[in-house]
Ligand binder design. Structure first.
Ligand SMILES: [Zn+2]
Length: 250
């Protein structure tokens, strides 16, 4: 990783239930990072019944590439490779990290079994040469091992849908459906059961930690990537109460 820090904020208390809320894992979806920064500011004055870990920018290198291109990268060889893969010096549609690995298909959960998986370096959907290969993901998993969490919300863009129920059936699926309905009542988004995608952060937490883990796609599908900041207020208005509602329903 080029940027050596991934920032995590904690608000509330650490005595009772905890959730983790992440964004910015896909570079061009950094509107989710901006949303979470606003959300931290919004929630910090609440008296919370539990605690929230916020990781607003899971993929700092990729986001910098979307915003600034690759000029900031000192490693000339890496810069050359990235330009070759991208076929342009406009990186605004980049989803991966600076290793051209898509972090949200790199987790070791049914790795490589997704319908859109790519097996070579790419601006999107490359699963990595092996599961959990990326330092961003390794650090996240270390964090989760150290800090017990009872639920997770992962913010992406776009499409106004909420993915739930990875590899689930029976009673647990029923419970997830109830929770996702509560979320969608607030933001008006459509619940969608996760099907053909694997290797994602929510998939991993849901499958191995048995906790509710939802993926929320911010912003209308009619908007272009990366979603302009001028839509941030609308997105915030629709979604600002989701995090607290989720925490309270656990
Ligand atoms: Zn995404």
């Amino acid at each position: 990783m080029l940027c050596e820090i991934i920032i995590c904020f904690h608000i509330g208390n650490k005595d009772v239930k905890q959730i983790v809320v992440e964004g910015g894992i896909h570079a061009r979806e950094y509107i989710s990072t901006l949303f979470l920064l606003k959300e931290i500011h919004f929630l910090k004055s609440f008296d919370l019944n539990g605690g929230i870990y916020f990781i607003p920018m899971m993929n700092p290198d990729g986001i910098r590439m979307v915003l600034d291109g690759v000029d900031f990268i000192n490693d000339e060889k890496l810069k050359e490779i990235l330009l070759l893969i991208n076929e342009s010096d406009d990186f605004s549609q980049w989803k991966a990290n600076a290793n051209a690995v898509d972090l949200n298909v790199n987790f070791d959960v049914f790795w490589g079994k997704g319908s859109q998986n790519v097996k070579k370096l790419a601006k999107a959907n490359f699963i990595g040469y092996y599961p959990n290969s990326e330092i961003e993901n390794i650090n996240f998993l270390k964090f989760i091992e150290k800090n017990k969490v009872d639920g997770s919300l992962s913010f992406h863009s776009k499409g106004e849908v909420v993915y739930y129920g990875f590899k689930m059936s029976g009673k647990r699926l029923k419970e997830e459906k109830k929770m996702v309905k509560n979320i969608c009542k607030i933001n008006g988004y459509t619940p969608v059961k996760t099907k053909n995608s694997t290797g994602g952060l929510s998939d991993y937490l849901s499958y191995f930690y048995n906790i509710p883990a939802f993926t929320i796609e911010l912003g209308s599908d009619f908007l272009n990537h990366p979603i302009s900041e001028k839509y941030l207020y609308d997105i915030f208005k629709k979604n600002k109460d989701i995090v607290l509602t989720f925490l309270n329903c656990l």
